[in-house]
Design a protein around this ligand. Structure first.
Ligand code: ATP
Ligand code: MG
Length: 344
């Protein structure tokens, strides 16, 4: 029941492409800003280690995956050197003592331990930069999925730009905040990567399906195989489709909106970036949910599991509106853009 889209002129596609590129140049942090993140990390680590000498801190998420905004939060993972893992009880106790400790740091404000979440964290606000941050413990799989996303971002510039546009779109439509019942940025990034893998010809390969030798290597972390092909310099020899897709980011963006509104059958299929063959919701026994997004490593984790039916409809409507707005030259896309600034 979607309205047909008008034929797209080269002029319109060129405007659309400019909007996408602008989105990237306006929101991507520069090297200086990335450096500041590392400095905050070092400062916090030094501070924490005065009390907890074994503590080691590492950035993950968009500070590291190539899809960060100037204002993205600082996702930090802490481990204790010499300790492999942590049980739930110790994890909550450590989060609470970490919060007490951070309250004594003059540069951070609004320290808040959240121990009821699936992944317990301490939230904080870094006053000097205005950045929000959270520290989780032994969030090892997140470090690996950050590396996986960073590899995809490094394959082709269009991946980076498109994932930015996707995240801006999600924030602008108010559908990109998991703590308020929608989906996380991470989930939207997975949706964009899946689209780029399924595009014909594909823009990116499935790195988890490429390997030397007969059998996929096994690198187990928390019981899950985190292997993926990381030697991007050698990728062209392993992936024959390299360079075949020559679409602009603008075309891909409209392609993505059309893909998720016209082609992809959410009832039947799973958004799954670890294999090229379509995975069905039936295979996964995840038929009770409409938007099903499988984590690339933790295969029991459906990122759409927490969505209510109402929120699912709200998200789908945002995509349908997006398809109409970005696919209709008469509605003039550029005027929509400046208002995006308010969201950051
Ligand atoms: P933003 O720029 O909006 O902060 P981000 O890429 O950092 O985007 P977040 O949603 O902050 O995305 O997530 C940071 C990291 O936390 C992700 O890279 C992922 O490793 C992990 N993560 C986030 N949400 C989930 C989730 N629902 N399930 C599993 N891991 C998640
Ligand atoms: Mg983040």
């Amino acid at each position: 029941q979607l309205d047909p889209l008008p034929a797209l002129t080269p002029e319109f596609l060129s405007v659309l492409n400019k909007v996408c590129e602008q989105c990237y140049t306006d929101f991507a942090p520069d090297e200086l800003e990335m450096g500041v993140r590392e400095l905050i990390l070092k400062d916090l680590e030094t501070f924490i280690r005065r009390q907890l000498p074994a503590a080691r801190l590492q950035l993950f998420g968009s500070s590291k995956n190539g899809f960060g905004f100037k204002q993205s939060d600082l996702d930090i993972c802490m481990v204790l050197e010499g300790q492999e893992s942590i049980n739930d009880v110790d994890c909550i106790a450590l989060i609470e003592s970490l919060a007490r400790l951070l309250r004594k740091h003059s540069g951070v404000k609004n320290v808040l331990p959240i121990t009821t979440a699936k992944v317990p964290i301490v939230k904080f606000y870094h006053a000097q930069t205005g950045l929000e941050g959270d520290i989780s413990l032994y969030n090892t799989l997140a470090l690996h999925n950050t590396r996986l996303l960073a590899s995809y971002a490094a394959i082709d510039r269009r991946v980076k730009v498109l994932c930015y546009v996707m995240k801006v779109f999600a924030k602008m439509c108010d559908i990109g905040d998991a703590s308020r019942g929608s989906l996380s940025s991470y989930a939207y990034t997975l949706m964009a990567l899946f689209f780029l893998q399924q595009r014909n010809p594909p823009v990116i390969p499935v790195l988890q399906e490429i390997y030397d030798g007969q059998k996929k290597p096994e690198l187990l972390v928390d019981g899950w195989n985190v292997y993926f092909y990381e030697d991007l310099k050698a990728l062209s020899g392993r992936w024959p489709q390299v360079g075949r897709n020559t679409e602009t980011v603008g075309e891909l963006w409209l392609g993505l909106l059309r893909f998720y509104t016209e082609e992809f059958d959410f009832r039947e299929h799973v958004v799954c970036i670890r294999q090229h063959a379509r995975l069905t919701t039936f295979n996964k026994q995840w038929t009770s949910k409409y938007i099903v997004i499988e984590d690339p490593f933790d295969l029991n984790h459906n990122l759409g599991a927490g969505l209510s039916r109402k929120m699912t409809n709200f998200i789908m409507k945002a995509f349908i509106n997006g398809r109409r707005v970005f696919g209709s030259p008469l509605q003039a896309v550029p005027p929509v853009y400046p208002s995006l600034m308010e969201y950051f």
